[in-house]
Design a protein around this ligand. Structure first.
Ligand SMILES: Cc1ncc(COP(=O)(O)O)c(C=O)c1O
Length: 358
């Protein structure tokens, strides 16, 4: 059993969240975004758990798509950044992958490859990372349609600010993308990420692309995952390894950043930044110990951290600790550490075994 530090992955919660995404998509369909190792939950088990529900998967890169095919996933797989190397066009064709074409360089590679494959065109509606401006689209559509063997399936764009309901940018992006969808009624369009799912006024087009919501973390700035009807998929767990009572003036951890003002029962948990728990999480970050909500004390070490047991004086070595999960939302820990749930979930290291439950 080792040190009992693990990420428990609740596949029924994953399916619950996907079902919510499907309902929100309405007449559109949701493609499951499983990049970055299924947002840290394990690419293959996540994809297999959604294989009966999802009509398409989306990943960032070829290596992830190859793993999905090896795992027996048969649905079309969208490569959100397309291919990085011209030689990969043939692999995309062989594996039935659908690269997103965002550059003239990729277009030229397709023109030279004589491969049979389906592609999407990336439209830049304001994010300014990748893609063609709306006025550049028609020329690229013509070029793609002239390439034998290549089928243009549709167009994708990506929202920059959909997590903020007050920000008018999403409406502007939707207006641009809607104009294109009216111009190309024969193509399929995809814009909404998870945040787009929670904007009832936002068009769904043909395909949505939910990622973080599937894993039960909030995509929104204000609303919590629970308020949005999402269930946490990952519980990052460990156990208490030791307990002691700190006397007034005694400190704990590197840098002696926290000192007891009164006798303080305290526990040591076998998890640290070497497992992906954020070192930036300050004293006071919530943690669940032996069924009680309490907080961390002092600096996070590589393999250990300290917790306050004032609220859980009954806690003993061996008791369960949840660093995030159903009782402590990952988004709360992320806020304390000055980051987002996405980073914490994808940052759980390979040292932490993933344990799957239904
Ligand atoms: C192009 C694209 N589509 C969809 C997603 C899913 O976004 P989210 O996890 O916010 O739902 C991402 C994630 O970053 C993305 O890059």
């Amino acid at each position: 059993m080792g040190r009992h530090t693990r990420a428990r992955i609740d596949l029924s919660a994953l399916r619950h969240n996907f079902a919510l995404a499907e309902r929100q998509a309405g007449t559109a369909e949701a493609m499951a975004v499983v990049k970055a190792d299924g947002y840290g939950h394990g690419l293959e088990p996540v994809a297999r758990a959604l294989a009966d529900q999802a009509g398409r998967f989306a990943v960032a890169c070829l290596e992830e798509a190859e793993r999905l095919r090896e795992a027996g996933i048969r649905q079309p797989i969208v490569l959100l950044q397309g291919f990085h190397d011209d030689a990969d066009v043939a692999t995309c064709a062989d594996l039935g992958l659908e690269p997103v074409i965002h550059s003239d360089h990729q277009l030229a590679a397709l023109e030279n490859a004589a491969a049979t494959l389906t592609v999407w065109l990336k439209v830049n509606t304001g994010m300014n990372r990748l893609g063609f401006a709306p006025e550049q689209v028609e020329a690229r559509v013509q070029r793609l349609r002239a390439v034998g063997g290549v089928t243009l399936k549709g167009m994708v764009t990506h929202y920059a600010c959909a997590d903020d309901r007050e920000d008018p940018m999403t409406d502007r992006q939707n207006d641009m993308f809607s104009a294109l969808s009216a111009r190309y009624p024969e193509l399929e369009f995809s814009a909404a990420n998870s945040a787009g799912h929670f904007r009832v006024d936002s068009p769904r087009f043909h395909w949505t692309r939910p990622g973080i919501m599937l894993y039960g973390a909030t995509p929104m700035i204000v609303e919590s995952a629970a308020e949005l009807g999402l269930r946490a998929v990952m519980s990052l767990e460990s156990r208490l390894t030791a307990t002691r009572v700190l006397q007034p003036g005694e400190c704990v951890g590197y840098g002696a950043t926290w000192r007891a003002a009164r006798p303080t029962p305290m526990g040591i948990v076998s998890i640290g930044y070497g497992d992906g728990y954020p070192r930036h999480a300050p004293t006071g970050t919530p943690v669940w110990v032996a069924g009680t909500r309490t907080a961390t004390l002092g600096r996070v070490s590589m393999d250990m951290l300290a917790v306050d047991l004032t609220a859980a004086p009954h806690a003993r070595p061996g008791d369960r600790v949840e660093l995030w999960g159903a009782n402590v939302p990952v988004d709360e820990v992320a806020r304390c550490a000055g980051t987002i749930g996405y980073e914490l979930l994808t940052g759980v290291t390979a040292r932490v075994p993933r344990v799957y439950t239904e």
